[in-house]
Design a protein around this ligand. Structure first.
Ligand SMILES: [Cu+2]
Length: 366
């Protein structure tokens, strides 16, 4: 035993000597321990410790530093590998052998809604012989940035039955409860909406028009232009002129900013409040607007949430028909108006205005 042990040690040290002598040779470098890349997941970012790496075995050491569960996926050059979703504060690893190419690295949670909110980056894998300088990573990033800067616009026109939604209990409290638990500081405010919030079956007929155009031009330059005119249950005539897009955080909608075209969220997705069924939206935004009641200015800072989404309400009584409505036709146009920051509640039931146009349409705009 002792003798064998001695031989084994000698052999190992012999190998070490050879390896050190040829340390500069690329082939041996390649064969050494896998390179480790540290990955930090949070709302709504994927951060890598390096933007490029030499081809070979790479171990991703992934930590969820956010406040909701996230996943991690590497895709490109014939590879598509992901880890199981990890809870806030937890870690996991993923080891892959990567050939030279640019790989997409992202969070796949919520049918890519986390990705669309920004949880996406790229990893450039370079040939083993090249230095793998960070210059590669930088150029890959600037390309992505340019691609994102492309302006997209959508024109939405409200149509079909118009309804006003009055405060009432959320119809799917049991489905929302486990998701609400993960909302931390914001949970209390949201829980009061379970009992008496804006997503209720307490619906009355209304009448009016609403159309707008929204431009997605990148983080802080998004814009919106639109006009809504409608009559509420009490006979009041309201007019809303959309002014500018809200690009900062909104209560219960962390990190929501700008015009978001195409997103699967709410409900089970853990993106924004779960007190709205899971939906697919063509466009969603928060904006500020000028609000008038019976031709008198109410505020220049009304906070407005607009969303064209998959239908959540059924024909007839317009009750919320599904907890997961993401496969329904995208034709429900929601307009939610709240007082500006620090302003008194609006003179309407619950202090808010919430109107839906149930058969709306959209088209690309220039
Ligand atoms: Cu995520």
């Amino acid at each position: 035993m002792t003798q064998l042990h001695g031989v084994a040690i000698r052999n190992v040290s012999g190998l070490l000597v050879v390896a050190l002598a040829l340390g500069a040779a690329p082939s041996l470098k390649h064969a050494t321990a896998p390179v480790q890349i540290t990955v930090k997941l949070s709302e709504w970012k994927v951060e890598l410790s390096q933007a490029s790496v030499a081809a070979g075995t790479v171990t991703f050491a992934i930590t969820n530093a956010g406040s909701i569960p996230h996943g991690f996926e590497v895709e490109g050059h014939g590879i598509e590998k992901e880890i199981e979703v990890i809870q806030p504060g937890a870690s996991d690893t993923l080891t892959l052998t990567l050939e030279p190419a640019t790989y997409e690295v992202y969070c796949p949670v919520g049918e890519d809604s986390h990705k669309k909110l920004g949880m996406e980056t790229h990893l450039k894998v370079v040939g083993a012989r090249s230095s793998g300088s960070s210059g590669y990573g930088e150029s890959a990033m600037s390309e992505t940035h340019e691609a994102r800067a492309t302006v997209q616009a959508i024109r939405v026109t409200g149509g079909g039955p118009v309804i006003q939604i009055l405060p009432g209990p959320f119809p799917f409290p049991d489905s929302a409860a486990p998701i609400l638990k993960q909302f931390g500081d914001e949970r209390e405010g949201l829980e009061s909406q379970v009992k008496d919030g804006p997503y209720s079956n307490n619906v009355v007929p209304s009448a009016g028009t609403f159309s707008f155009t929204a431009w997605d031009k990148g983080a802080v330059r998004d814009s919106v232009d639109g006009l809504a005119e409608f009559t509420t249950q009490d006979g009041a005539r309201w007019k809303l002129v959309l002014d500018r897009v809200q690009t900062k955080d909104v209560p219960h909608h962390p990190r929501f900013g700008g015009v978001i075209l195409g997103l699967y969220y709410h409900g089970v997705t853990q993106v924004h409040t779960p007190l709205v069924p899971t939906i697919n939206s063509a466009v969603a935004l928060w904006a500020f607007g000028h609000l008038y009641k019976n031709d008198q200015l109410v505020t220049d800072n009304a906070m407005v949430h607009v969303m064209l989404l998959s239908r959540t309400r059924r024909d007839g009584d317009f009750a919320l028909a599904c907890w997961n409505c993401s496969k329904n036709k995208i034709e429900e146009l929601q307009l939610q108006i709240l007082p500006g920051p620090g302003e008194p509640k609006l003179a309407a039931p619950g202090g808010f205005l919430f109107l839906n146009w149930e058969k709306s349409s959209s088209r690309k705009a220039s």
